[in-house]
Design a protein around this ligand. Structure first.
Ligand code: G4P
Length: 285
């Protein structure tokens, strides 16, 4: 399921997140490590303001390690506390906890100086749909919380849940809208599964993926499909090469382009061809 984000939904989501923000010491923003730029809600910086922020580059297992390191450096320079994570991994809690403690150190030092008793660090998780918010909450709070990914904003009856010994989390994440102003951002969001396929045509997503790999990961592309192409091969010839290599043919020996398209999207989305990052930190810098 996906959300159709109407202006009313966005205003409501924003308002609810602003309300929740008042209750927390730190925000944990979840991004998809493959698209740290495209998976960011365009309003979030404004909404969060000066509140300490941990930025999780989630699904790191599917992203380029080298590029994730670059993004970490880029984010550190912006004054937030970034970590790369596989939200399903055992050590997710420790990693988030350590970073949350670091991000809120100043607040708690100040409280200690005023003689206020230490309490758990209060945090909330926010992000666009499908970046892994529920997975992370379930993992670090060691319980099954309802899947809320399809509700804009946050639901009303929120509760605190313990995550480790130092942290309390709001049990429902803040769900914000993705960027949709730019075609290539839409293609990246579709390619990684953050938005529904029917928003962008499948052909466009597959063409985008193939061009990206032809430009940045030619060897992996050639090896995976066992095709002979180079940096200048026309895109239609790449479709033909994959169709031929995989035997995706229709009657009359015509290439079945629909099957090639679906295959390329599936293989790219699930990091079968390689671990790629589609937003380059250097482009943002
Ligand atoms: P959301 O709450 O932000 O909407 O996202 P959710 O946790 O539902 O995660 C969306 C999909 O991403 C899920 O897959 C989830 O398993 C997967 N996922 C989350 N974190 C990671 C990660 O670090 N690495 C990888 N590889 N996948 C991750 P799904 O196919 O929708 O469901 P399922 O296969 O888990 O049943």
């Amino acid at each position: 399921m996906s959300i159709n984000w109407f202006p009313g939904h966005m205003a409501k989501a924003r308002r609810q997140i602003e309300e929740s923000l008042k209750k927390v010491d730190v925000v944990i923003e979840i991004l998809d490590a493959r698209i740290p730029y495209a998976s960011k809600n365009p309003m979030l910086d404004h909404v969060i303001g000066e509140k300490p922020r941990v930025v999780v580059l989630n699904k790191k297992d599917m992203a380029s390690k080298q590029e994730t390191d670059r993004w970490i450096n880029h984010l550190k320079a912006k004054g937030v506390y970034p970590i790369a994570l596989n939200g399903k991994e055992q050590n997710a809690l420790k990693k988030i906890e350590n970073t949350v403690v670091e991000a809120t150190q100043e607040i708690f030092d100040r409280m200690a100086r005023k003689g206020i008793n230490p309490r758990a660090i209060r945090a909330m998780i926010v992000g666009i749909p499908n970046v892994g918010k529920s997975t992370i909450i379930n993992n670090i709070a060691k319980r099954k919380v309802a899947k809320t990914g399809n509700t804009p904003g946050v639901t009303k009856a929120q509760q605190w849940i313990k995550a480790g010994s130092k942290m309390e989390l709001l049990d429902t994440p803040g769900v914000l809208w993705p960027k949709f102003e730019d075609e290539s951002i839409g293609q990246k969001l579709s390619l990684t599964g953050a938005i529904k396929d029917n928003v962008v045509t499948l052909d466009d997503i597959a063409i985008f993926a193939l061009k990206f790999m032809q430009q940045h990961h030619l060897d992996e592309l050639k090896t995976f499909y066992n095709i002979n192409i180079d940096a200048d091969t026309e895109i239609v010839d790449i479709f033909d090469a994959i169709g031929t290599a995989r035997g995706f043919k229709m009657s009359g020996n015509e290439i079945d382009y629909e099957r090639v398209t679906e295959r390329v999207i599936y293989d790219t989305r699930n990091a079968k061809i390689g671990q790629f990052t589609f937003d380059l930190a250097e482009d943002v810098e």
